[in-house]
Each structure stands twice: as structure tokens, then as C-alpha cells.
Design a protein around this ligand. Sequence first.
Ligand SMILES: [Cu+2]
Length: 132
Amino acid sequence: MKTLVRVVGAAAVAMVLFAGCSSPTDGTGGSGADSSASSSAASDADTTINITLGPDGKVEPNGEKVDAEVGDTLTFVITSDHDDEVHIHGIDVEIEVPAGETVTMDVPLDTPGSFEVESHHPAKIILILNVR
Ligand SMILES: [Cu+2]
């Protein structure tokens, strides 16, 4: 038992050190394993996603699916006619959008999965991000 505890402790230290030189916020344990072999470096990894919030609680886009790949960076350009937030579930990015302003934010994708992007006022699904 004591030996086991010591081993676990050492592993935890190693993970902290490793995390220190990459992203401190991922914590998903990666799995992945395959990392899609060749990856064929699909030229432009950057995609711009334009989002409009309002008027009358409408959102644009409105529930569309967006395919992306791990390693892509999505540039969100968000305009709202009211104070709102755009929340990317799973990635836990929350973008504050003040009334009448346009906010631009780059979101690097480092985790595969399906993530809902939603507004909060009102709560609507803007798009669904499928990251592979
Ligand atoms: Cu949310």
C-alpha cells in the first residue's frame, strides 16, 4: 500500500511538471492515441465563425453543425444588440459580448468531441462544434 501511494505521488508530480509547459487547463487525459496519422496539414486551419445575437432573441447561425479538427483555431466574431455571453460547452470558453459591440476571439481546439456553442440571454444553441 505505501509503495503504491509513493508511485502515484511521483506520477502526479510528473504530470504537473508536464502541464506547466503546455496548457494548464486541459486535464482531459488526452487518450487520442491515433492522432490521425498523416494529418495531411490541411493548409488553412483557421476558420472564422460569424455570430449575430438579436434582435428579439434570435441567434445566427441557429443550431448549425460545424466540423473542425483538433489543432484548428476558430476565430469567433460575435455581434450582439444586447449584453450577452457566448459559451462553448466542454471547452469552457465564455465570451462576453456587450450590447452593440463586436467581439473577436480565437479559440484553439485541442480536444476532440461535440460541443454546444450557446448564448445565455436567452439560452439558445448557436451551433454545434464537432471536433475530430
Ligand atoms: Cu452555457
